[in-house]
Every structure is written in structure tokens, then in C-alpha cells.
Design a protein around this ligand. Structure first.
Ligand code: IVH
Length: 691
């Protein structure tokens, strides 16, 4: 969601509305965390993301009783995805709270002083906030031994070998150092290096990065360290982790030590002896911002005295002794040349603005998202308009407004097409929805190509060497109708080798990459199908619930019957619900889809979903329902535990339920269990059962 939707003020929310919104925000923020941290592919701007978090925090402040156990305010980032070994951080890697102006900064100072019972001004160290990725470097007896990404803050990925390729990570600290010390900093890419990398990536038909931050993260998190070694990564050190002995009494002194040990410390960092100096510093850096070689999105202010830092400690995910004062997004004006309509995998028509290229804060921008037709109408955006463009440090720039004074006299309002620009089918917009969709389904070439691109993407089949352009070209050749055809590409190896830009070696590599993916875990298989609303999380839920491909397929076909037990079961899987169930039954209700599915299943081996330590658990394979209030664990905890022991957790009681766990104040579900003769247990009995 890039645009703030119409929001009820927090004070006006009822408790039910607040609870619903917190649930929605938890899900939405978790989704964007995963997109950003795990897949290095953010979908919204930092500003939009910050707005979601702030909304969440505001509601939680108003309704503290409703704070969820999975609240985003207690989580940072996202857990790492397979590939690298995991490293638990000795000291958690936290995040920073944001201030969006001098008032919020002053409030931060007041809070800190109140906490400390002090009236005298605070001394700060101010450091530009680079948008890269934070890492933890462990040195033992002065030698670099381990490096990890932040991951979810508690556990990151072991990227030691990758970090060793970076010039700015010293192998050995210069001069005396403690037996153990952890140094933290930001790995980033300069704007120039980012643009050059993207250019060479584009020439090679490889992935182009959305912004320097993604380029840095994508370059560091490479299983093949030779790739990392070939990428221009930089590091500024700025924080401490574990240390076997104190190394400084102030942060400023600590930065000095970092420099002496051989680290780069941001040369713009300053010690401010009075908090009132912050505003001038903020303005000064704000003016230098667009001429810096790297993207910054604010200034971090840290209380200098480390003893005070220790007293202040942390609240939730952020320290009480530091704050990130963010800059407003960078803006520029340019002309809109054309509005192009893109057709996505699920048929969504997305308008994109083609712009007269313009430099926004150091990055050349030629395209901006327009979101949807309402957005165009609301801002009355027309072809030929002069528009104000905003790049919130990242991702896809947005059009903030139109300068109507500069509108050409002959301009006409934009009319959104009601047919698909690719296949000509009707494009319809169901009442209450913002998105217009092509009804062409699989006859629409754009949707087919997008589905294939999704199918080979990293979280799906993860087939190397099949970029968007290649898929489009092979599709144009008539080689790819559905996903099963991808597995027939090795039969065309000689033909592929003869194509421009290919050769024997790259064609052989492609065949190998395809062969390597003929065996696929059920959850990836389900995700790869690109069914609307079935993202990685829902695919995982389905895989765990149904266990095998054969079982899932049979159950889904049966679930297309409205009112069938299978339909009820599907809708009652925790986290699925009726809307998602309907997307699945719509998919399975189409013969064409089932044919494509079976053709694909004939090409690949689908692995059964793993059920951790489920084999000898007394609840393996059982369907359980939790009801009422649990006293010794939260719902998500109870559910996760049950699922890890091989049970299926559903939300409603039926004759298929094996056990109902009855907490305090249980109501209709407990009664229904008794009526149906389903076994009920108390929370204490349940704990005994699962150990
Ligand atoms: S200090 C406990 N200093 O901003 C404090 N962070 O929004 C830990 N960042 O995760 C962070 N420049 O990735 C710190 N000079 C700086 C920073 C900085 C950029 C990033 C870092 C952190 C994020 C928090």
C-alpha cells in the first residue's frame, strides 16, 4: 500500500476496529519485512512502511490491552531464508525509532532526560543514516572470525566469507584490542557503483536492483563469494555488540577507536555538545544530501555518554538513547510523456508513468508508479503534465502532485482503458475493488508470461538463468505455453545455444539449472502456481496442512463443491479463511488449470511437506482446535507448538476434529465439541500431552 488509505483517527476507533486493524497491520508489516529483508525486493517505499509502523504504534499506545504477541513493534526485520548458516547474535541487533521533525526530536530528548532525571542538555554524536544493511563483525584476539547479517535481530546469516572479500573489513585490528569484540556497521553501495552495477547487470540480462540498498544486500548475500568479491561494497562502522572489556566511555571515543583499528567511520559524524545544535546539523546535512556519493535518509543522534546509554536501555525494538531523524523524501519536477498499462500475473492492470528522465537526489528516474485508476483520477494526472516526483530514498518513485499551472492548454483527462492492452479482453473492476483486471486469464499473453516469470522466481522454483527477458523471448518463440514447458527446454539445448547472446556453455548451464529443480518442496510448488492471494505464507500453511501433493490436489478438487466437508476444512485452516479458500476453489474450478497442473506434476517430483519432530508425537496427524483464553502461552505460541508436533490447527470444531483445548471462558466451540463427542482437554492436560 503506497498511499495512506483513508484512516479513522486512532481516538475514534472502537476496540473491535482497533483489534482488526492491528491484526491487519501485523500481517501487512510482516509481508513487507519479508519482501525487504528476505527477498531484497521491497514493494513499498520506506516512507509508506514507516507510516504503517507508526499507525501500528499509535493504535497500540491507545489500546495497550490489544497488543498482539506477534506485534510488529516487538519484531525487527525478517528471519533469514535458507542457504546461509544461522548465527544467533550474542547481543540482539536492534533498530531505531524515527523522528520526523524538530518537535519529535525534542520529544525524544525530553523523554530521555525525564528517564534519567536530568535537566542539563544532552551531548550527542550525530551520524548520517545510510540505508544499507547492518552487519555484526566478531573479532577474537584482534582477528576477524565471523560476520553476520542482522536477520530478524536475534538471528542472522553467516556471511563471514562474503565480508572477507571487502576491503573495508579488516582481517586484523590494528593495535591492541580486547580478547572478544563485536563491531557493527552498515554495508552499502555508493550511488555511482550502484548505477554502474545495474548497467552491467542490464547488459548481461541479469537482475537489475531497485536501489543501492537492495544492490548491497543482494551482493553481500551471495552463496558464491566470487560474486560478492566482484561487487563494490563499502562499510561504515558505527556501533558495538559484545565486548570482553570496555573500550571507551563515550560513543565519540568509541568512533576514534574504530578508526584506529582500521575501520571507516562516516567523516561527516559530529559531536554536538548541546541538543539544540541538532537542528542546524540536520539542515546542513540535508543540504549536502543530494551531492553525497551515497543515499542517506536521515541523521542518527546517539547520546554520547555510554554510561547514560546503559541506564537508558531499550524499549521494544529500539534503544532509548538514540533516534533517527529522517529527512523528507527527495523531490524533483519533470514531464509525464505517456501512461503505460502493465498487465500482471493475476491480470491486474497497473498504470505506469513514463517520464522525461530527471535526477532525483542523485538517481536518474524515468518511470513512476501510478498505482491504479482512482489514483490517476484523484490527482487528475494527464499525459503532458508537469509533475512533482518523489523518491523516498528508494524503490519506485511516486508522483506527488501535478503543477496545473503548467498544464498544456489542449490537455484532456486520462481515460483508463476498459480492455486489456495485451489481449483485448474486457478489463473489469468488481464493485468495492480498486484494481481493474483483464478477464483473459490464460489466453492473455501478458498474464502467461508474468506467471512464468513468477514460476521461476527465487521463492518459487528458483531456476537460475531464466530472466524476464529470456522468458518473454522463449514465449515469443512459442516454446512456453505453461510452466510444464519450462522442463522441456533442455530438449532445445542446441537451438538455445545457437541463439544470440547464448552459447554452448550457457545453454548447458540452463539445462542443468532446470534439472536441479525437478524436485521441489510442496510449499514452493503451491506458491509457484501463482494463484491469487497464495503467497509464500499461505502456500506453507496449505503444504503443512495437506502434507502431500496428491492429497492437496484431491482435497482442492473436492473443495470446489460448495458446502462440502473439504470446503469447510479448507476455510477453517488457521490463517486461510473464506476469501483465500475461494481463490483456491476458483482456480481448481477451471479445467484448464487442472490440466496445466497435471502436466506440470508429470514433469516434477513434489516433496511431501516436512513435519518437524512429528514422528513419535502423540498429536501427529491430529486436528486440534484451541478455544477460550490460554493462561500459560499465547495463541500463536500454542499453535506453533502444536504444528511443530505434526498437528493441524483449525479454527472451527467439526466431527473431523480430534482434540479441543478448552481455555478459560470458552464458549460455543467447547459446547459443540461436547455435542459432537470430540475429546476436550484443559490447558494443563494439553501441556502434559505435548510435553
Ligand atoms: S545504530 C541500537 N547508527 O539504521 C542501534 N544505525 O533504523 C543500532 N543505520 O539497523 C543502530 N546508519 O541498519 C546506527 N549511524 C548509524 C546508522 C544506522 C544506518 C541503520 C542500521 C539500523 C537501522 C535502524
Amino acid at each position: 500500500m503506497l498511499e495512506p488509505r483513508h484512516q479513522t483517527s486512532v481516538e475514534a476507533l472502537t476496540e473491535t476496529e482497533a483489534a482488526e486493524e492491528l491484526a491487519r497491520l501485523a500481517q501487512e508489516i510482516a509481508h513487507h519485512d519479508a519482501a525487504y529483508h528476505t527477498h531484497d525486493a521491497p514493494e513499498i517505499s520506506d516512507a509508506a512502511y514507516d507510516a504503517l509502523r507508526r499507525r501500528n504504534a499509535a493504535i497500540e499506545a491507545q489500546f495497550p490491552a490489544l497488543i498482539r504477541s506477534d506485534s510488529p513493534s516487538s519484531r525487527i526485520g525478517a528471519a533469514p531464508e535458507g542457504g546461509f548458516a544461522k548465527i544467533r547474535h550474542r547481543v540482539p541487533m536492534l533498530s531505531l525509532d524515527n523522528a520526523f521533525g524538530s518537535t519529535e526530536f525534542a520529544e525524544f530528548c525530553t523523554r530521555a532526560k525525564r528517564f534519567l532525571g536530568r535537566t542539563e542538555p544532552l551531548v550527542f554524536v550525530a551520524e548520517p543514516k545510510i540505508d544499507g544493511l547492518s552487519i555484526n563483525l566478531t573479532f577474537e584476539h584482534g582477528r576477524f572470525v565471523r560476520g553476520a547479517t542482522r536477520g530478524d535481530g536475534a538471528e542472522g546469516e553467516d556471511v563471514t566469507a562474503n565480508l572477507q572479500t571487502m576491503k573495508s573489513v579488516p582481517d586484523k585490528l590494528h593495535g591492541p584490542a580486547p580478547a572478544l569484540i563485536e563491531i557493527r556497521g552498515e554495508v552499502f553501495m555508493t550511488k555511482a557503483d550502484f548505477l554502474a552495477l545495474n548497467q552491467s547487470q542490464a547488459e548481461a540480462g541479469a537482475k537489475v536492483f531497485a536501489n543501492p540498498r537492495n544492490a548491497a544486500a543482494g551482493s553481500l548475500r551471495q552463496l558464491d563469494v566470487r560474486i560478492t568479491a566482484s561487487r563494490p561494497l563499502s562499510l561504515f562502522a558505527y556501533a558495538q555488540g559484545e565486548s570482553s572489556e570496555p573500550v571507551a566511555t563515550t560513543h565519540w571515543e568509541y568512533l576514534e577507536r574504530l578508526k584506529n583499528w582500521g575501520f571507516d567511520v562516516n567523516p561527516l559524524s559530529r559531536r554536538l555538545t548541546n541538543e539544540t545544535d541538532a537542528e542546524a546539523f540536520q539542515n546542513q546535512i540535508g543540504q549536502e544530501r543530494s551531492s553525497l556519493g551515497y543515499d542517506i535518509d536521515g541523521v542518527v543522534y546517539k547520546i554520547d555518554d555510554l554510561a547514560l546509554q546503559r541506564r537508558l536501555g531499550f524499549v521494544g525494538r529500539a534503544p532509548r538513547w538514540a533516534i533517527a531523524w529522517k529527512f523528507p523524501a527527495e523531490q524533483a519536477t519533470t514531464t509525464l510523456r505517456e501512461i503505460r498499462i502493465q498487465v500482471g500475473r493475476t491480470g491486474a492492470l497497473t498504470p505506469v508513468a513514463e517520464l522525461e528522465p530527471v535526477n532525483v537526489g542523485g538517481v536518474l528516474v524515468a518511470r513512476a508508479t501510478l498505482h491504479n485508476e482512482d489514483e490517476i483520477a484523484r490527482k487528475d494526472i494527464r499525459v503532458g503534465d508537469t509533475v512533482v516526483l518523489q523518491r523516498a530514498g528508494d524503490v519506485i518513485p511516486q508522483i506527488v502532485s501535478v503543477i496545473t499551472d503548467r498544464r498544456p492548454p489542449d490537455s484532456i483527462p486520462y481515460v483508463f482503458p476498459d480492455t486489456c492492452p495485451t489481449c483485448g479482453s474486457n478489463a473489469v473492476r468488481p464493485p468495492g475493488e480498486v484494481v481493474r483486471r483483464c478477464t483473459g486469464g490464460l489466453i492473455c499473453p501478458a498474464q502467461r508470461v508474468e506467471r512464468l516469470i513468477h514460476f521461476v522466481s527465487r521463492p518459487a522454483f528458483d531456476i537460475d538463468g531464466l530472466g524476464d527477458k529470456t522468458i518473454q523471448e522463449f514465449y515469443n518463440e512459442g516454446w512456453l505455453h505453461g510452466p510444464a514447458d519450462l522442463f522441456k527446454l533442455p530438449e532445445r539445448e542446441a537451438e538455445i545455444a545457437a541463439r544470440e547472446g547464448w552459447g554452448k556453455l550457457s545453454a548447458r548451464n540452463l539445462s542443468r539449472a532446470i534439472a536441479a529443480r525437478r524436485t521441489v518442496p510442496l510449499e514452493r510448488f503451491i506458491f509457484a502456481l501463482g494463484i491469487r492471494r497464495i503467497g509464500s505464507t499461505n502456500a506453507k500453511l496449505l503444504a503443512r496442512h495437506y502434507g502431500t501433493f496428491a492429497n492437496w490436489r484431491t482435497q482442492m478438487v473436492a473443495a470446489t463443491q460448495v458446502g462440502s466437508d473439504e470446503r469447510l476444512e479448507l476455510g477453517s485452516i488457521s490463517g486461510i479463511g473464506p476469501t483465500i479458500a475461494e481463490e483456491l476453489t476458483d482456480f481448481f474450478g477451471e479445467d484448464r488449470n487442472i490440466a496445466a497442473l497435471d502436466e506440470l506434476a508429470a514433469e516434477v517430483t513434489v516433496e511431501d511437506a516436512a513435519r518437524a519432530d512429528a514422528a513419535d508425537s502423540p498429536i501427529a496427524g491430529k486436528t486440534v482446535v484451541f478455544t477460550g483464553t490460554l493462561e500459560t502461552m499465547t495463541r500463536p505460541e500454542a499453535k506453533a507448538r502444536a504444528e511443530s508436533l505434526g498437528a493441524k490447527v483449525t479454527d472451527s470444531v467439526s466431527k473431523k476434529t480430534d482434540i479441543v483445548i478448552v481455555g478459560a471462558d470458552a464458549g460455543s466451540k467447547a459446547r459443540k465439541a461436547v455435542e459432537l463427542g470430540v475429546r476436550t482437554v484443559t490447558e494443563a492436560e494439553w501441556r502434559e500431552l505435548v510435553g
